[in-house]
Ligand binder design. Structure first.
Ligand code: PLP
Length: 441
């Protein structure tokens, strides 16, 4: 297993993160437990700022909060000077409750409700990223009635196919997101802005997908989007100050993944943007990027307790843990792969091939197929790294499993930032109608 961020193996042969012994964390907070490495989160933010913003002070790094959303996490983003993407009233609510600077919030989504748009307008979020013609009309009339003039970007579908899982590809023409570029709908949308005097058009946005490894895809997309800016200038005379190129930067989950560096990413994007600005004599736009997974993914590690171990001779050895698809749906949903280690046996050789399964009532509830681990026993702590993104955020209460706790570790201290759900939490919203109450059957 690759050791990320501040991970080390201590003198007891235990995995340590942020100076905390993970076996002790499991004892103190219970399992499943998601451990977030604060130093790695901050270090990654600084790499992004260093590469994208220091050399181009108008640029902005904006964290896509759908990857993992929590008020404590929003505070860290604010401290690091990173903006925030939200895609729903709920994500916006978290940002507001954590006093996130509203001017650095971007509101996305393909089906924002009038109530959500009104909430965004009344809190004066920095930008609304408008997805479709319906939304343009609705937003203009809401803005008129509230007497405001929000800054808007238009989400464009550039017709780029990123090489990633089809569920996490978003740039191709047949997508639910955005105004299509190749068929002229995107340009028509820009022209329609003349009919919407309450909208302050600032530029265009695209997001080609997630877990993208080819920096050429980013360079290619930046060029297509820049050429669209040039076309907008030609057809309408409007010069856009903002070019938002979305997120999707791929990360390491297993040795099959070979991520580029953030510097390579910045070079692919900014070299292309600068070249286009020169070629078309266009003022250098402020470039926005929206990393989600790459800021939080590697910084999260899930700790589980090993329970049942079942061997089917000649077939497979199953190691079951006290979580699974309820806290991490990615293996079942995307065939996502992970590494793992036994946190209390870090110095023992990985000599047994096992498959790690969860405790949900689905055969598909597998976390990892065929992984080499030391001999596992009931009570061992299994650590699955790189579970910071799209795990807790996608967690469910399937089988009435309670959502795990989340701790933020740093320099030997662990702060609980999300409590583990209790059985009372699970039943809190349920009601028994009077006619079904108090009857002895
Ligand atoms: C999901 C999303 C992102 C972040 O994607 P990652 O793969 O987590 O970096 C950025 N922008 C938009 C609009 C998104 O929908």
């Amino acid at each position: 297993m690759k050791l990320h961020g501040t991970m080390t193996v201590n003198s007891r042969g235990h995995l340590e993160i942020g100076g905390c012994d993970t076996v002790s964390l499991a004892g103190e907070f219970g399992t499943p437990l998601i451990v977030l490495d604060e130093a790695l989160i901050r270090e990654t933010c600084r790499q992004y700022i260093e590469a994208f913003v220091k050399p181009y002070p108008g640029n902005q790094v904006v964290y896509a909060s759908k990857a993992f959303s929590s008020p404590a996490f929003c505070r860290i983003m604010a401290e690091e000077g990173v903006g925030l993407d939200v895609v729903s009233g709920g994500e916006l609510y978290f940002a507001i409750m954590s006093h996130f600077p509203a001017k650095n919030i971007f509101f996305h989504g393909n089906n924002k409700s009038p109530a959500e748009l009104e909430m965004a307008l009344s809190h004066q979020v920095g930008y609304i990223v408008v997805d479709n013609a319906d939304e343009l009309k609705m937003l203009n009339s809401l803005a008129a009635s509230l007497g405001v003039k929000p800054a808007v970007l238009l989400r464009i579908t550039p017709g780029v196919e990123a090489h990633t899982h089809e569920y996490i590809q978003t740039g191709q023409i047949d997508s639910k997101f955005g105004f299509t570029l190749p068929n002229g709908q995107a340009l028509a949308a820009v022209k329609s802005l003349a009919d919407y005097p309450c909208l302050d058009f600032k530029g265009v946005h695209c997001h080609i997908g997630s877990q993208v490894f080819e920096m050429d895809s980013y360079a290619h997309t930046a060029r297509i989007m820049f050429e669209f800016l040039v076309q907008i200038r030609q057809e309408t005379g409007i010069v856009c100050p903002i070019l938002n190129l979305g997120g999707g930067f791929g990360i390491y989950y297993t040795a099959e993944d070979r991520p580029a560096t953030i510097e390579d990413y910045a070079a692919a994007v900014m070299d292309t943007v600068k070249e286009c600005a020169g070629k078309y004599n266009y003022p250098l736009p402020r470039v926005i990027i929206e990393p989600g997974r790459s800021i939080i993914g590697n910084a999260g590690t899930t700790l589980y307790t090993v329970g049942t171990i079942k061997t089917i001779p000649g077939f497979r050895k199953y190691v079951a843990v006290d979580g699974g698809m309820a806290d991490n749906i990615r293996p079942s949903l995307y065939q996502a792969k992970y590494e793992a280690a036994i946190a209390n046996k870090m110095n023992l050789p990985a000599e047994v091939t096992v498959s790690v399964t969860g405790k949900c009532c689905e055969s598909g509830d597998m976390l990892i197929w065929d992984i080499e681990l030391p001999q596992a026993e009931r009570g061992d702590i299994l650590a699955v790294p790189s579970t910071g993104a799209y795990s807790y955020a996608m967690a469910s209460n399937y089988n009435n499993l309670a959502r795990p706790a989340v701790v933020l570790v740093r320099e030997g201290k662990a702060d609980l930032i999300i409590e583990r759900e209790s059985y009372e939490d699970l039943i809190r919203k349920h009601k028994i109608p009077a006619r079904l109450q108090g009857r002895n059957l």
